[in-house]
Write a protein that binds this ligand. Sequence first.
Ligand code: HEC
Length: 216
Amino acid sequence: MNKIITVINAVIILAILAGVGYLFAGGYNIAAAEKHWDITFKAIQTVRNQSIAAHSEDLEKPLPTDVGGYISHFHDSCRTCHGAPGVSPAEFAEGLYPKPPTLHKTETQKHWSDGEIVWIIANGIKMTAMPAFGPSHGVSEIHGLAGFVRKLPNMDEAAYRQLAASHGLSMETGGHQHGEDDGHHDALSESQSDAPPEGFLDELETGESGNGHSHE
Ligand code: HEC
């Protein structure tokens, strides 16, 4: 019996040492272009959801409703990653992992309470591209932004454009052209588990430059 326990202990210790060795030898690929396993992604999401729910408990209070003016802030600071009705995110958002969700979809927002949205905007989400706006913005601004986010699913492209125009905002996304229209700005609607463009990493290793946008 004692022998069996000794063997099991030895196997466990060896497995731990192999795991640590793998990590220190650089075996884990930290690339944003390399997706998590589904199970890892789901585990991270669960930890995130539970954490946000627990930390935002005291933040539930009615959000301001007269928030049209926050479009300027949203358009400059949030649209670049999240897009807006009829407006693409900036090109770099295509390469973020996890992908910034499309906030103007009811589907995206229904999961979150008002307090959770406030918390997310104020604190950001670790190990994702979602920044904390709390360090640079006042409480009323954070609430205004949260209120504006809540209005987005009810805004169509025309309503967003009209509001943006009345605040002197440009609808240009500022992206540069790659000489082809391959629809890559639609990337946010693609699923989280999409692989990076095939052959892209090989090209990087060999130094041969393709156009970098070989989705098809
Ligand atoms: C540099 C990119 C970036 C910018 C800028 C940014 N976000 Fe995000 N945001 C993200 C990413 C990435 C996520 C998803 C994080 C995750 O999967 O846990 C996210 C998540 C969120 C969520 C949670 C929605 C969800 O379902 O995950 C809200 C709400 C949000 N952002 C609001 C905002 C607002 C409001 C602004 C502007 C004040 C903003 N974000 C600016 C990248 C960004």
